[in-house]
Design a protein around this ligand. Structure first.
Ligand SMILES: O=P(O)(O)OC[C@@H](O)[C@@H](O)c1c[nH]c2ccccc12
Length: 268
């Protein structure tokens, strides 16, 4: 059993518990359920966008505690001030130490920036939850879902106005799971079954992703030079968590990267 199998098995139980506690009808009455969606697609492809999707991540199964003190609202507001185009907030508690309250805090602190609900989506219920929490887009992970589920969940998300980021980590998943019903395609440089991270994965898969999808490179990104090379390869989104969160001031770390990207500071 891989860690991903374990996460998904726990997630199914968690969803059953949440569903028993809060009905879909109740979620649909929450104030954020009807707020206008802010498009991540538009934010990442706008002229002059940094393309940075800055992630709020307390810990991970591979790294343990990354940041034990940061607060979601203040950190994400700092990210936006430093130039993040989109925010990503982990809402998985058992493995990543995130909560829906983190996403709600980010939503309140950053009313004009698209927010990704970063979780392991295995049911439509979690998509309704994401909308009610104030998210603008959801993640669908190919390694957790069948191709039919990806299509079904994407259409369900679109029905609620949400955008969809499909995550793949190799050519086989790209071939089997890519469908026109998603908006953005992310290539995870980290294999979720083994945790091995190789940033060349994004470069290798770029050409196989048709250009009408917004391409997103995910995980293990640290240097401006890598981002500039991936931009050349056609990527418009760069999902970064640990590089920022492991520092005492995540927003300052992002500001430093943005300065390097814009050439105002040398990359040395
Ligand atoms: O912290 P990193 O290496 O910058 O990675 C961020 C993000 O890509 C990573 O958290 C991630 C990508 N896909 C996921 C799926 C589930 C949980 C986490 C992830």
């Amino acid at each position: 059993m891989t860690i991903l199998d374990k996460i998904v098995a726990e997630k199914r139980q968690e969803v059953a518990r949440c569903e028993a506690e809060t009905s879909v009808e109740t979620l649909r009455t929450q104030p954020d359920f009807t707020r206008p969606i802010i498009s991540a697609r538009a934010a990442l492809t706008a002229a002059g966008s940094t393309g940075i999707i800055a992630e709020f991540k307390r810990r991970s199964p591979s790294k343990g505690v990354i940041n034990g003190t940061a607060e979601a609202g203040a950190t994400t507001a700092g990210y936006v001030a430093a130039g993040a185009a989109v925010l990503s907030v982990l809402t998985d508690e058992p493995f990543f130490g995130g909560t829906p309250a983190d996403l709600r805090a980010a939503r309140a602190a950053c009313p004009a920036t698209p927010i990704l609900r970063k979780d392991f989506i295995v049911s439509e219920y979690q998509i309704t939850e994401a909308r009610a929490m104030g998210a603008d887009l959801i993640l669908l992970i190919a390694s957790c879902l069948t191709p039919a589920e990806v299509r079904q969940f994407s259409e369900f998300a679109h029905g609620l106005g949400l955008e969809v980021l499909l995550e793949v980590h190799d050519e086989a998943e790209l071939r089997s799971h890519l469908t026109d019903s998603v908006d953005l395609v992310g290539v995870n440089n980290r294999n979720l079954a083994t945790f091995a991270t190789d940033v060349d994965t994004s470069a290798r898969l770029a050409a196989g992703i048709p250009s009408h999808f917004v391409r997103v490179a995910e995980s293990g990104l640290q240097h401006a030079s890598t981002i500039l090379a991936l931009r050349e390869a056609g990527y418009r989104g760069f999902l970064i968590g640990e590089t920022f969160m492991k520092t005492a001031d995540p927003a300052a770390a992002l500001a430093g990267l943005v300065a390097e990207l814009s050439g105002s500071v040398s990359a040395s």
